[in-house]
Design a protein around this ligand. Structure first.
Ligand code: FAD
Length: 310
């Protein structure tokens, strides 16, 4: 069995595996896709200490850094079920889609999250070419330009307020008749001069010129009419879904599916830790996920050295 088994190979999982392996303990990492969301990212300007890098390059560096250590890397493996140890200090079991079962004294769950898509023509085609999901990451790329934010929940309205301070103009598009964000956020948004709010609007297309986004089309849901907005960026903010469906019943999750962790990264089950976008961490960022991964690995090590001698 492993001393530490990490599930998920994004920034959180890679960081956890490196920190665990450096303690000289038996470490494994199983990931559906090593690199995680970083693989889907183009320019990265907030990886502190590195002014600019690109997702595929950083993902390759994560993997080669892990490979410098004696870590059992199981790439292209999907975890399907977690059976926590029956007694404290016992072995946890993770079943993979290929039928294999892995056992470990401690686990670090770092299966990340995925942005919900609007699923309209142009969204996939122009991803990273005007279609964005993370205002903290991509906002500054649109300095002085026109953007839309799709979604009027808290994250959409927060994104619109954030972007309004950077870009030239923001159009916020909400499907329902009213925004769902907290009243205080809505008041703040309404006070901004360069924001237009459009409700009862269904985005039907992200338009591009073959190279980059040039606008979007929405349908007015009250009148059935189609409207076009010319702009350079579209931020989709209709929800971030944690990849934790496979953990239901095994560890405590919030109603949104986030793994509940304390400030040491421990879940509701002793010996099972979690890190990164899959957890209740309030900010979903690469450096935050890496910090959480190292925290979880150090906590797992702390847990292991306190287990009674057998
Ligand atoms: P993830 O990166 O999501 O990795 C999850 C890992 O778990 C993957 O290896 C995945 O394959 C694996 N996995 C999932 N389910 C299973 C399963 N059942 N079994 C086995 N493995 C599984 N952040 C920044 O700081 N700066 C940026 O510029 C930036 N730009 C972004 C641009 C885009 C388009 C996106 C989508 C995100 C961006 N982010 C950015 C956010 C950043 O990518 C995430 O915060 C970060 O990757 C989270 O790391 P993680 O390790 O928690 O999860």
């Amino acid at each position: 069995p492993f001393d530490v088994l990490v599930i998920g190979g994004g920034p959180a999982g890679a960081s956890a595996a490196i920190y665990a392996a450096r303690k000289g303990i038996r470490t494994g990492i199983a990931a559906e896709r090593f690199g995680g969301q970083v693989l889907d990212t183009m320019g990265i300007e907030n990886f502190v200490g590195t002014g600019y890098t690109e997702g595929p390059k950083l993902a390759a560096q994560l993997e080669s850094h892990v490979r410098e250590y004696d870590v059992d890397i199981m790439n292209l493996q999907v975890a399907e079920e977690l059976i926590p140890a029956e007694r404290e200090g016992g072995l946890h079991e993770v079943t993979l889609a290929n039928g294999a079962s892995l056992k470990a004294r401690t686990l670090i769950l770092s299966t990340g999250a995925r942005w919900r898509h609007i699923n309209v023509p142009g969204e996939d085609e122009y991803r990273n070419k005007g279609v964005a999901y993370c205002p903290h990451c991509d906002g500054p790329f649109y300095k002085g330009k026109r953007v839309a934010v799709i979604g009027g929940g808290n994250s959409g309205v927060e994104a619109a307020i954030d972007l309004a301070g950077i870009v030239g103009h923001v159009t916020l598009i909400e499907y329902e008749a009213d925004l769902r964000a907290d009243a205080v956020l809505q008041r703040k948004l309404a006070s901004l001069p360069n924001v237009k709010i459009i409700t009862s609007a269904m985005t039907t297309e992200v338009r591009g010129d073959g190279d980059k986004v040039v606008g979007l089309t929405y349908k007015d849901r009250n009148h059935g009419t189609a409207h076009e907005v010319d702009l350079e960026g579209v931020f989709v903010q209709i929800g971030l879904v944690p990849n934790t469906e496979w953990l239901k019943g095994a560890v405590a999750l919030t109603p949104y599916g986030e793994i509940e962790v304390d400030d040491r990264g421990e879940t509701s089950q002793p010996g099972i830790f979690a890190a990164g976008d899959a957890t209740t961490t309030p900010y979903k960022q690469i450096v935050v996920a890496m910090g959480a991964g190292s925290t979880a690995a150090l906590s797992a090590f702390d847990y292991l050295i306190r287990l009674p001698v057998e």
